[in-house]
Design a protein around this ligand. Structure first.
Ligand code: CAA
Length: 691
């Protein structure tokens, strides 16, 4: 068996090394190894000081998340830390890469911490629906103060080494060889007879209670719907009220309660699903991504501008091509304004903005695409136009350039056929605002070459996106499911609900906004055009558009927006339109409860998700969850539509869908064969193997 923990010597200093690739997670063997090796070094009379270092790319990145939810094999991390912190010789953690969660807690079991300049330290447990479970909430405030600890633990955001040095979380930054620096630090501590104070014995500096309350409230505002951040904030405060050991005991109890809860299960599911969603099962092992040095974006509209920003933010030079000079100027102006407002908010330094803006070039000369290694087309959503653009790209780009379309609905295979190199073509579907939303649906065409697919995944990661690989169908995964929700939302209006009832049910479930407020934000004319092209009609939404009510941009849509406001106010005229339309169509309106509204909106989406899986458009149920959590604001603490379905129980969803189908006469609401089969067998979506 591999040595997960080993000790080597540098004179009288013992260097204990953790080696558990890829991220040195604290699996049972690592915990046991740490306990044994620290105990042995403590006993060894020839050892005067101990350094804890890690092999590979990072310090310990935390507990092994895949062990959560299973019975914990001893020793627990707290037992390991207890052994470490009672050693009467200087102990120094040498931190490179990321010291996260249990990793940072382990480092807090040492007397001292030194770090590489590029290291990052944090307690990201809230992102997994838990709180630090091995003393993090009790030790961190004793070292860095309550306010800093509160921010780190409730937000879950790691801090850079420089910041950690300033706050006292690390004692020294080591340029050059980190382990050698840690050994030198240990020797200096010995020579100077520095007092060996356990972190647990330090006193918490008193703070202004009102200021702490204010800080906590502002941190929790961003954690709407989540249980863990509030629990973590409470735990940090125990450092003021109870002795260390009592705080530790309470922290452990809260950890166990949270880790067993559905929120944490859902967030852990998303952690792994996010990493799986870009893994393509039939990708040949030796596939190599192409090198991307320069990008081009076709179209300087909202999407094109946002996509260009993504490249520039990642340091990749990008050329924006637009047909007319005024449209180009407008687009580049909006990009600049977006950056300026981030600078004004303190989110970006002026020099970083200048560098990013400097990486974006605009031109009306289509021939400029010749230098690009990847082109993302973000022109108007029209097949004839896209085919013309791809024909031109085929003639004008380098032989090995990757040609991507940002289409949200159209057939990527048909677009690919407009070129003589369909293998180079795929979809890269960004979500609005493209520079903010994390999801990138990568649409694999029938002929997309493996290295082209691999390049898109690679680029997606480089520009900070969460790539999810999907197949070709109308609307791909996200918009295809959104469409069925939209149909049901309109039906609910006719049958008795109002826009605010439908939107309220979804925001109550955890979405940032419902379909009608979202439609108003995006512009109702967008969906109108798509439906028109398909020969479909949405009675209420389409009438609103025909009345000139396009949403926020016209001050009226499903709601009214007072001048300059983004707050939706219900409109009696819209209610009248709904009631009249229902009467005209002979639909009898009734009171519809919030629970039924939710079921009617979410279950058809899950049904469509089942069809998407069956058709192989998505490889795994988790991929669909990633699309909805990162692209459409599905609340992460419910784990996405397919994970949520498993929690609700597939039999219940099948039965409700069958009832909805009967009631509406809409056959598309009948349970999809896969859903019916799994429900019949008492199984879950999670039990499916990827395909
Ligand atoms: N446990 C188990 N597996 C983990 C893991 C963990 N803590 N962290 C990462 N991995 C796995 C990933 O699933 C991935 O596996 P595959 O290659 O099979 O997909 C692999 O390690 C590499 O991870 P990334 O692709 O994410 O690599 P990266 O270089 O982009 O990022 C990282 C590295 C910053 C450490 C990132 O993986 C990360 O944020 N990990 C989670 C850290 C975390 O949340 N730690 C706290 C755990 S909870 C805790 O510690 C509780 C406690 O109090 C004891």
């Amino acid at each position: 068996m591999a040595d997960f923990v080993s000790t080597r010597r540098d004179g009288s200093v013992a260097i204990i090394i953790v080696d558990n690739p890829p991220v040195n997670a604290l699996r049972q063997e690592v915990r046991a190894g740490l306990k044994d090796h620290f105990a042995a070094a403590a006993q060894d009379k020839t050892v005067e000081a101990i350094v804890l270092a890690c092999a590979g790319r990072t310090f310990i990145a935390g507990a092994d998340i895949s062990e959560f939810g299973k019975p914990m094999a001893p020793p627990g991390l707290s037992d390991v830390i207890e052994v470490m912190e009672n050693i009467k010789k200087p102990t120094v953690a040498a931190i490179h890469g990321t010291a996260l969660g249990g990793g940072l807690e382990t480092a807090l079991g040492c007397h001292f911490r030194v770090a590489a300049p590029s290291a990052r330290l944090g307690l990201p447990e809230v992102k997994l629906g838990i709180l630090p479970g091995a003393g993090g909430t009790q030790r961190t405030p004793r070292l860095v103060g309550l306010e800093k600890a509160m921010t780190m633990i409730v937000s879950g955001e790691p801090i850079p080494a420089k910041d950690a040095l300033a706050s006292g979380l690390v004692d020294e930054i080591v340029e050059g060889d980190l382990t050698a620096g840690a050994v030198a630090f240990a020797r200096k501590a010995l020579a100077e007879k520095r007092p060996l104070v356990r972190v647990r014995d330090r006193t918490v500096e008193p703070v202004d209670a009102a200021k702490l309350d204010e800080l906590t409230a502002s941190l929790l505002k961003r954690a709407r719907g989540l249980h863990a951040p509030a629990a973590a904030a409470k735990a940090v405060r125990w450092t003021l009220d109870v002795p260390f050991d009592e705080g530790l005991r309470r922290e452990r109890d809260t950890f166990l309660e949270l880790v067993r809860g559905d929120q944490s299960k859902a967030q852990r599911h998303i952690f792994f699903a996010e990493r799986e969603a870009a893994k393509v099962l039939d990708m040949p092992k030796d596939t190599k991504a192409r090198e991307i040095k320069r990008a081009a974006v076709i179209g300087a509209g909202t999407m094109g501008g946002g996509i260009a920003m993504c490249f520039a933010n990642a340091g990749i030079p990008v050329t924006v091509v637009e047909a007319a000079q005024d449209a180009l100027d407008r687009g580049l102006g909006i990009i600049k304004k977006n950056y300026q407002s981030t600078v004004a908010r303190g989110g970006l330094k002026q020099e970083d903005m200048d560098r990013r803006v400097g990486l974006i070039q605009g031109t009306t000369d289509f021939g400029a695409v010749k230098d690009a290694d990847i082109v993302v087309e973000a022109a108007f959503e029209e097949m004839a136009l896209k085919k013309k653009i791809f024909g031109d790209l085929d003639r004008l780009t380098k032989k090995d350039a990757v040609l991507a379309t940002n289409t949200s609905y159209l057939d990527v295979n048909e677009i690919a056929r407009a070129t003589n190199r369909p293998g180079a073509v795929l979809g890269m579907h960004f979500f609005s605002p493209a520079n903010v939303m994390r999801l990138l649906e990568i649409v694999r065409g029938a002929q997309t070459a493996p290295d082209v697919l691999s390049t898109a995944i690679d680029v997606g990661r480089k520009i900070g996106k969460v790539p999810a690989v999907v197949g070709v169908c109308h609307g791909f995964v996200g918009n295809r499911m959104l469409r069925v929700r939209g149909i049901e939302a309109e039906r609910l209006l006719l049958e008795g609900a109002l826009p605010q009832d439908v939107d309220g049910a979804l925001t109550g479930f955890g979405f940032p906004m419902g379909p009608f407020a979202m439609g108003d934000l995006a512009g109702l004319d967008v969906g109108y055009r798509v439906r028109k092209a398909l020969g479909e009609r949405n009675e209420i939404a389409d009438t609103l558009v025909e009345q000139g009510r396009h949403g926020q941009k016209t001050g009226r849509g499903f709601y009214i927006y007072e001048a300059g406001s983004r707050t939706p106010t219900p409109d009696p005229e819209v209610e009248k339109l709904i009631v009249d339309t229902a009467a005209r169509l002979g639909v009898k309106r009734r009171t519809i409860g919030r629970e039924e509204i939710l079921e009617r909106l979410l279950y058809p989406m899950i049904n469509e998700g089942a069809r998407i899986l069956e058709e192989g458009i998505a490889m795994r149920p988790g991929d669909i969850d990633v699309v909805w959590v990162y692209g459409y604001g599905w609340p992460v603490w419910t784990g996405g539509p397919m994970f949520h379905a498993d929690l609700v129980g597939l039999a219940k969803i099948r039965d409700r869908l069958a009832a909805f189908a009967k009631q509406s006469g809409d056959k598309t609401l009948e349970p999809a064969p896969l859903l019916a089969r799994l429900a019949g067998e008492g199984r879950t979506f999670a039990s499916l193997a990827a395909k």
